[in-house]
Ligand binder design. Structure first.
Ligand code: FMN
Ligand code: ATP
Length: 315
């Protein structure tokens, strides 16, 4: 899969590629099942017409530029992970458009000229609510009307789960609540968090539950605090585990708000500091609690482990 980075006005498509494309457009944070329907439609059209399939996405999130947001944005799938998921969907190319204020000022017609027609796009698919161009004024009807016969358009209808639209916003809310089973259903795969194993307080081994402390890749959304049943990939192998996201109130002063993500990996006793790992999140088991000492905490983690084993035994 090719990845092209394009930006307006300096670096456009002209010399990038001569291939013709069926294109799916959107921000696609999460590449959830609603997004997958849009991308599958592009894949279908690409096959039908014997042309390549591409996904156009933007970076950073438009709200950072349009909303004048100063704080960091947290993504369900940071760009690199989004690209990985798109690769698995068998897309031929990804166009990553730099979302700048200059880009945001383009009229719908200008956007189409520079980013659709000049990119040799022969078919466009997007969802029913996709909007583009300055103030988001361009609709999918405009997309069709401005085509001048140079490309065709399909609009994918609203994909729903339990009567509500599947959306990135909805998934962020579910992550904030720790509802990982719902997240899994909406994404069509478990939520993934990648990061590096860093040194913790080294207390874990003294309570018989050694943990890998994970420093997440920058810009990733972290689920609600609490204890979770997870799978973790270490050096190409998958293991089961229990993960605590929180502040360890049993040991730490509640004012010390340093969030930690740590996984006790089952049947594992290697030193993995500095390793890159990926955590897949399945189920929230309970909230983090302040215990009266180590014995109570140990007894609870033993129970958490049984809940996770039981969950995976049935999953
Ligand atoms: C499954 C699991 C559940 C945990 N639950 C709690 C908890 O409810 N309250 C708490 O204070 N710490 C909890 N912890 C965190 C432990 O206190 C922590 O692993 C221990 O202090 C070791 O920290 P260290 O790795 O920084 O040395 C939990 C850890 C794990 C692995
Ligand atoms: N549930 C859905 N059904 C059909 N199309 C969808 C759905 N969700 C998103 N799309 C389409 O997928 C593309 C990417 O959309 P976008 O990234 O805005 O997703 P979103 O999930 O709606 O995000 P947000 O919650 O931030 O509005 C757009 O073309 C959009 O119209």
């Amino acid at each position: 899969m090719e990845v092209y980075h394009v930006s307006y006005p300096n670096h456009l498509f002209k010399n990038e590629t001569n291939d013709a494309y069926a294109l799916a457009i959107g921000f696609f944070d999460g590449v959830h099942t609603g997004h997958q329907a849009v991308i599958q439609e592009a894949l279908y059209k690409g096959k039908e017409r014997n042309i390549k399939t591409a996904v156009m996405t933007f970076d950073p999130h438009p709200s950072l530029v349009l909303g004048g947001r100063k704080e960091q944005i947290f993504y369900i799938t940071p760009l690199e992970q989004k690209i990985e998921v798109l690769k698995e969907l068998q897309v031929d190319a990804v166009f990553v458009v730099r979302f700048t204020s200059d880009f945001a000022r383009l009229t719908p017609a200008e956007f189409i000229e520079s980013f659709i027609k000049q990119a040799n796009v022969k078919h466009v698919t997007a969802g029913f609510d996709f909007s583009f161009g300055a103030f988001g004024k361009g609709t999918m009807e405009d997309m069709e009307q401005l085509s001048e016969g140079k490309y065709t358009v399909t609009v994918v209808g609203k994909q729903e789960l339990s009567g509500e639209k599947i959306s990135s916003t909805r998934i962020r809310e579910e992550l904030k609540a720790g509802n990982m089973e719902n997240v899994k259903e909406l994404l069509g795969r478990p939520f993934m968090l990648s990061g590096v194993v860093v040194h913790g307080d080294k207390r874990g081994r003294t309570i018989d539950f050694p943990t890998a402390n994970i420093q997440p890749t920058e810009g990733q959304f972290t689920p609600a605090t609490g204890v979770y049943a997870v799978k973790i990939r270490v050096q190409e192998k998958w293991y089961y585990g229990v993960c605590n996201v929180g502040y360890k109130p049993t040991f730490n002063n509640p004012d010390e708000k340093r969030l930690s993500i740590e996984v006790h990996i089952f049947d594992f006793n290697q030193s993995i500091y500095g390793e890159e790992v990926v955590v897949h999140w399945y189920k929230r088991i309970r909230s983090e609690q302040k215990f009266n000492g180590i014995d109570e905490l140990k007894a609870q983690i033993t129970k958490d482990k049984l809940v996770a084993i039981d969950y995976f035994g049935q999953a």
